[in-house]
Design a protein around this ligand. Structure first.
Ligand code: 13P
Length: 245
């Protein structure tokens, strides 16, 4: 399967900036992946999603959302429906990102509901999991990751291995410029691949995210169980992001 490279622009770019970044990337990226060796996904903020989607039409780049609601329709003030995202041409949706868990108090029960609602609309959830520094230092990373996975995927059913993606993003590596060592990512990604296969009966893709940039991306992508990358800061600069593939 193609390696998956997802750009998570978070809330770092406004409407106009997102549009110019998307245009710049459209110019740079398709030429870099002549054989379709990578699938590249841009996840702008909600205000820019539709307009960025228009820019990506007739290109090889795919559209992703940074979150979606646990239901299709109803009294959910401030939420965005997975059914509407599907209509806009969104293919992937990031769910359970650690920043949402931390700043917005999102918990596994809600993330689980969001995953099910996204799957019902044939969106591909990108479920983020990751341990914090004290869990890592206490030797509890695997135990914690297993629990995050188990809770988020409770009762989740997928038809094919391509229907869901997991992103391993150790909290201590996000935005710090200190990524995990690629070999360590391989070990954890393999663990997550195996655990997810037990829960879902499918071998889904597991990405790595956390301080990935143009200088280290190649080493991560060489790892057997690193099916791709979830990129934050380095995806905000077209020249740099276009080198990550
Ligand atoms: P950075 O690449 O900026 O560390 O962010 C990673 C991330 O959180 C992507 O979702």
């Amino acid at each position: 399967m193609k390696k998956l490279i997802i750009a998570n622009w978070k809330m770092q770019r406004g409407y106009r900036e997102s549009l110019s970044l998307a245009k710049e990337l459209v110019k740079k990226l398709p030429k870099k992946t002549p054989n379709g060796a990578r699938e590249i996904v841009l996840c702008p903020d909600y205000l820019s999603l539709s307009a960025v989607g228009d820019i990506l039409k007739k290109t090889t780049l795919k559209l992703g959302a940074q979150d979606s609601a646990p239901a299709d329709k109803g009294a959910y003030t401030g939420e965005v429906s997975p059914a509407e995202l599907k209509k806009l041409g969104v293919k992937y949706v990031i769910l359970g990102h650690s920043e949402r868990r931390r700043h917005l108090r999102e918990e596994s029960l809600l993330i689980n509901a969001k995953i099910k609602a996204a799957l019902a609309r044939k969106l591909i959830p990108v479920l983020c999991v990751g341990e914090n520094l004290s869990q890592k230092e206490g030797g509890l990373a695997k135990k914690f990751l297993n629990e995050e996975l188990r809770q988020a995927l409770k009762g989740v059913k997928i038809k094919t291995a391509a229907d869901l993606v997991i992103a391993y993003e150790p909290l201590w590596a996000i935005g710090t410029g200190q990524p995990i060592i690629p070999l360590e990512a391989e070990i954890i990604n393999r663990f997550l691949t195996e655990r997810a296969a037990m829960i879902l009966s499918k071998k889904v893709r597991v990405l790595y995210g956390g301080s990935v940039d143009a200088t280290n991306a190649g080493e991560f992508l060489k790892q057997k169980h690193v099916a791709g990358l979830l990129v934050g800061g380095a995806s905000l600069r077209a020249a740099e992001f276009s080198k990550i593939n």
